[in-house]
Design a protein around this ligand. Structure first.
Ligand code: SR1
Length: 345
């Protein structure tokens, strides 16, 4: 468990975590960043799991570099709590609010309330359908496309598939659009079963579902599981059923732990398509900072994903996210939402 995660768990009440060591202002930066201490809130729907921990860590590092006083509200997959945390952030007098995932219908009005109070709002992976709210995403259509192209390359255009999906999450819905388009174009792909859960035990729940699905559909040879917690669940099921040499798993997302799972001998998890989530967290904070400074970050802010195959990771001797950053500079950095006055790393 990362120190940030354990701190968040310790603060299990719904109070925000205020990070210490707020830097002084940035000389030459536009107001209010020339003075420092600009209050920004990050309100998440999910905080658990490698992706969300790395996203928060990237947001924290970028906030520190900008002298932002970042208030983090931990997500517990609870729509009502996320709403109430946004209300709390408004009452704290933040200058900007980053809303990370969530269910749009429970957030649109409260996000508008923040805008009405003069607070800049940035959304990551939740479609708030508001021209005043910049939307950050990982180009989910491309992400699903490159993972599925790899599946087609290895398995041909005819196979029986299992699919993991939960409707209502913007990135999963976008990836699902691509899955449907790929199936329509390749009628030999048969979706035999669809499973899915998003909770604080996603991987374990998906593992149970996948076991039942695989027992009932022994002809499945490919699983499309476009979220690393989904892929972990499917892999657990394949290990338990001793089917690792029969079924291949294609996913989204990457972390150091995921790289270990993908590259271990005999792993059925053969491909993922991913951004560096810390970079996405940093981009979200930069977009909020630009908006606060009166500079337009643009409405659609996209971080491009990279295809990471088991074969490529093994042959390049990549074991960690830091290895990926070093070997693939486009993975470790994004030009999205940058400005000369904003320090990046
Ligand atoms: C429940 S949504 C999970 C996804 O959100 C982020 O976009 C990550 O890529 C993850 O796959």
């Amino acid at each position: 468990m990362t120190p940030i995660r354990s701190t968040l768990l310790a603060l299990a009440a719904s109070t925000a975590l205020s990070l210490p060591a707020v830097a002084a202002g940035i000389p030459g930066a536009p107001a209010p960043f020339d003075k420092g201490g600009v209050k920004v809130a990050l309100v998440s729907y999910i905080s658990a799991g490698d992706f969300f921990e790395a996203y928060q860590a990237g947001a924290v590092a970028q906030a520190k570099a900008l002298g932002i006083d970042l208030r983090i509200f931990p997500g517990r997959q609870d729509a009502a709590e996320e709403r109430s945390q946004i209300e709390q952030a408004i009452n704290l007098g933040v200058k900007a609010l980053v809303i990370d995932h969530g269910l749009p219908e429970s957030l649109k009005d409260v996000a508008q309330k923040a805008l009405d109070a003069g607070i800049k709002v940035v959304a990551f992976d939740v479609n708030l359908d508001n021209p005043k709210i910049p939307q950050v995403e990982q180009s989910d259509h491309d992400l699903a496309r490159i993972a599925l192209e790899d599946a087609l390359k290895t398995n041909g255009a005819s196979f029986h598939a299992g699919y993991v999906y939960v409707a209502g999450f913007a990135p999963l819905d976008r990836r699902d659009e691509t899955w449907r388009a790929v199936k329509a174009k390749n009628p030999g792909i048969v979706e035999k079963v669809r499973i899915g859960a998003v909770s604080d035990t996603t991987a374990a729940t998906v593992a149970d579902q996948a076991k039942a699905a695989l027992r009932a559909n022994p002809d499945i040879t490919v699983f499309f599981a476009p979220y690393d917690e989904f892929a972990r669940g499917v892999k657990l099921a394949l290990n338990e059923l001793k089917l690792t040499d029969k079924v291949k798993v294609y996913s989204a997302d990457v972390s150091t732990a995921d790289i270990g799972e993908i590259t271990e001998p005999g792993s059925p998890w053969v491909t993922t398509a991913a951004t560096n989530p810390a970079v996405v967290g940093a981009v979200s904070i930069r977009a909020a900072a630009l908006a606060v400074a009166g500079q337009d970050p643009g409405h659609d802010i996209v971080v491009q994903p990279t295809l990471l195959t088991q074969e490529a990771l093994r042959s390049a001797n990549i074991h960690t996210i830091e290895d990926l950053n070093a070997k693939l500079p486009a993975f470790g950095h994004s030009d999205a939402a940058t400005a000369a006055w904003i320090p990046t790393h």
